[in-house]
Design a protein around this ligand. Structure first.
Ligand code: DC
Length: 225
């Protein structure tokens, strides 16, 4: 009975720190981890490999069904994502891939096609699920739900630092504009828009260090767990 397996859902806009926080929370709890954004990104990568036009919804839906996505952990604990057997982890992280994923994620049939794949991650002893609609659509019965936010300015600043370390040249203003545009697209789409589940605990990470955020997120699990 998968329903008896506990799930901690961590939803929120891009750049709120969901990935890092969710992975740490999963490690500390000893639970599985679902990076649902990686599924949308993987379909985006497969679609661009196949030269599919982003306006061709039916081809994108077919591509979603056809794409084989595997998560593999390396000996050093690094999480790699294989798309149709090819390691696409680095391509998955690109801003351009995120934008394609966001466009694809607005197609209802694509979301429906990925639903069961996401639910299959619910295995004992528990799951930390990171995304936009984990608490609202994919695991509405999850006992533990968090909505992670941070101001758009802080998210742009964090992203700027990450990219600068990688030697990518961008401006904070440009990143802020992209973040606001993506937030608007994710929040305004008719299917599974980005919004907190009614029973989610809101955690604003603006000005908080990672350990403080993880502590607040784990506190949501501890009282009942
Ligand atoms: O979390 P991320 O940046 O890797 O997600 C990439 C895009 O995928 C994001 O712009 C919206 C979409 N997405 C979604 O619609 N639903 C999810 N559960 C996860 C991601």
């Amino acid at each position: 009975m998968t329903e008896t397996v506990p799930v901690l859902t961590i939803d929120g806009p891009s750049g709120a720190g969901k990935g890092t926080v969710s992975r740490l929370a999963a490690t500390r709890l000893g639970w599985h981890y679902l990076d649902s954004g990686a599924l949308y990104r993987a379909v985006g990568v497969a679609a661009s490999w196949a030269d599919i036009d982003l306006s061709d919804a039916s081809a994108l839906v077919r591509c979603t069904f056809d794409t084989v996505i595997d998560f593999a952990e390396t000996a050093s604990g690094d999480l790699r994502v294989l798309v149709n057997g090819v390691d696409a982890t680095d391509e998955l992280r690109l801003e351009t891939t995120g934008a394609v994923a966001s466009a694809i994620a607005a197609i209802p049939e694509v979301r429906a096609a990925l639903k069961e794949r996401q639910r299959a991650f619910r295995r004992p002893p528990g799951l930390v699920a990171d995304g936009r609609d984990m608490g609202t659509v994919i695991f509405p019965d999850a006992p533990y739900k968090v909505f992670l936010t941070a101001s758009a300015e802080e998210r742009a600043e964090r992203r700027y630092k990450q990219l600068k370390e990688k030697g990518v040249s961008v401006t904070i203003d440009g990143l802020l504009r992209e973040i606001l545009a993506r937030d608007a697209r994710d929040a305004q789409r008719p299917v599974a828009p980005l919004k907190p589940a009614e029973d989610a605990v809101l955690v604003d990470t603006t000005g908080l260090g990672i350990e403080e955020v993880v502590a607040r997120v784990l506190a949501v699990v501890k009282p009942q767990g």
